[in-house]
Design a protein around this ligand. Structure first.
Ligand SMILES: Cc1cc2nc3c(=O)[nH]c(=O)nc-3n(C[C@H](O)[C@H](O)[C@H](O)COP(=O)(O)OP(=O)(O)OC[C@H]3O[C@@H](n4cnc5c(N)ncnc54)[C@H](O)[C@@H]3O)c2cc1C
Length: 416
């Protein structure tokens, strides 16, 4: 059933946002809902139809400036899309969000030539992007990246290494790859460089798509770079700025995207449980009439209200150009924690029914496990947040990457 935005979001939503919400709802409850069962039943298959449809709608270009064919609709608009998709299918939302992070990196760090070459295709959905940072041994420790890029003369670079859990690995036509370009003893803030690497360059390959715990249909595989030769014009940002490219896109794009994803799941947990409690008979009434059960549902709804306001407040600040790294980080951290707590309540309030057969709740419960690790694990978020509490925040990317407020943020209609 399509829904309208909660009243609490009124301060953050313009008319253009409301129109976008309606479109996202229609797509999620129509095309996406129709494919959920099939995606769930075939975890070994990469979903290709939904990204194609989302590409045609222009949604991978939601933050791309109109000059490059994008919607230029801003960060609240991006959250609306990921959030509304995630209520129906976290896998569909994961596909969209994973494509939006490298697009953000390209918009902020690309040269005019790179933007002209790649952004129009990203905007119309003909080229999907991935961002390849995580590695098998070093995981989320960006400073430890072992993939190396060495100069090979004639302005060429040769990249070798492996990347793991790369969102949209099997769909991307262009990978943003972060590699080491300086000796091991160089400080991370100067040792890494980001490269734009086409999927069909010699030496680029992928491990086969494998079923994961959840997000069935979303590909997040191993990217192998075996002496891949790229021109110096493939460097995104400047030589030595790879940490900045990775970190900024993770904070400004990744965190809000994962916040929106966990929010959609949170909403689905709560709605599924409310329906169940209203339908299940007990003592001549329904479970929903039982005070102890009702109390627990109330706690779920309180968490959902909190997560919803926090998620939209954070991206509203971004759209307004307000420095807000800590708010983005906190929203991602708290959003996952609250949704996971609600997921546990949802499972327990369903009793054994939740464990039986292929009840929908199982999909939600598996999917929520996927919003902890990406775009900074809880531990990394808390390290940053503790620094903020101590008066020494470690990053300020929201301010560095602030753009002229988008048309949506100014209350003008978008191309949505
Ligand atoms: C759905 C999904 C999509 C993803 N998409 C992408 C993508 O598009 N591109 C990409 O590059 N990666 C992607 N990832 C990978 C993700 O970024 C990593 O999972 C994350 O960075 C953590 O790395 P890891 O899983 O190897 O865990 P590790 O880094 O090995 O960490 C394991 C545990 O140790 C803790 N830990 C590690 N170091 C410290 C420390 N110094 N202090 C305290 N605790 C620490 C971590 O918090 C975690 O709990 C994705 C992951 C998922 C689940």
């Amino acid at each position: 059933m399509p829904t309208t935005p909660p009243a609490a979001l009124a301060p953050f939503l313009t008319d253009a946002h409301l129109q976008l919400w309606e479109k996202a709802e229609a797509f999620a409850t129509g095309d996406v809902a129709a494919r959920v069962e099939r995606m769930e039943a075939s975890p070994h298959t990469v979903e290709r139809m939904l990204p194609e449809l989302m590409g045609k709608l222009g949604w991978f270009g939601i933050t791309i400036p109109p000059a490059y064919g994008g919607m230029g609709a801003g960060h609240v608009a991006r959250t609306i899309l990921v959030h509304r998709l995630a209520v129906v299918s976290a896998a569909a939302a994961a596909i969209l969000q994973a494509g939006l992070i490298p697009v953000g990196a390209l918009c902020h760090w690309g040269t005019p030539e790179q933007e002209t070459q790649w952004l129009p295709g990203a905007a119309d959905g003909t080229v999907l992007l991935s961002i390849a940072v995580t590695e098998p041994d070093t995981g989320g420790h960006i400073g430890g990246i072992e993939t190396i890029a060495v100069p090979a003369g004639n302005g060429q670079w040769v990249i070798s290494g492996e990347k793991l859990h790369i969102g949209n690995s099997h769909l991307a036509g262009l990978h943003v790859v972060v590699a080491r370009t300086a000796p091991a003893d160089t400080t991370a803030s100067r040792a890494l460089t980001a490269f734009l690497v086409e999927h069909d360059r010699k030496g680029v390959s992928l491990a086969p798509h494998r079923a994961r715990l959840g997000l069935h249909g979303f590909s997040a595989s191993r990217l192998i770079l075996d002496r891949v030769r790229v021109p110096a014009t493939a460097i995104l940002g400047e030589l030595g700025q790879g940490l900045h490219v990775a970190q900024s896109s993770s904070i400004v794009y990744g965190r809000p995207n994962l916040t929106a994803l966990s929010l959609g799941l949170h909403e689905a947990f709560t709605a599924t449980t409310a329906r169940w409690l209203q339908a299940r008979p007990r003592y001549g009434a329904r479970l929903a009439d039982h005070p102890v059960v009702r109390d627990r549902l109330g706690a779920m709804q309180a968490r959902l209200h909190h997560a919803t306001s926090t998620a939209y407040h954070a991206v509203h600040l971004l759209d307004q150009g307000v420095p807000c790294d800590s708010v983005l980080i906190s929203a991602k951290h708290t959003g996952h924690e609250l949704a996971a707590a609600t997921g546990r309540d949802a499972m327990e309030l369903h009793g054994a029914h939740a464990l039986d057969g292929d009840y929908a709740l199982q999909r939600l419960f598996r999917d929520i496990q996927h919003t902890y690790a990406p775009a900074g694990t809880g531990e990394f978020q808390r390290i940053h947040l503790a620094n903020t509490a101590l008066g020494t925040p470690t990053t300020n990317w929201s301010q560095h990457m602030a753009v002229t407020p988008s048309p949506a943020a100014r209350g003008q209609p978008t191309a949505a």
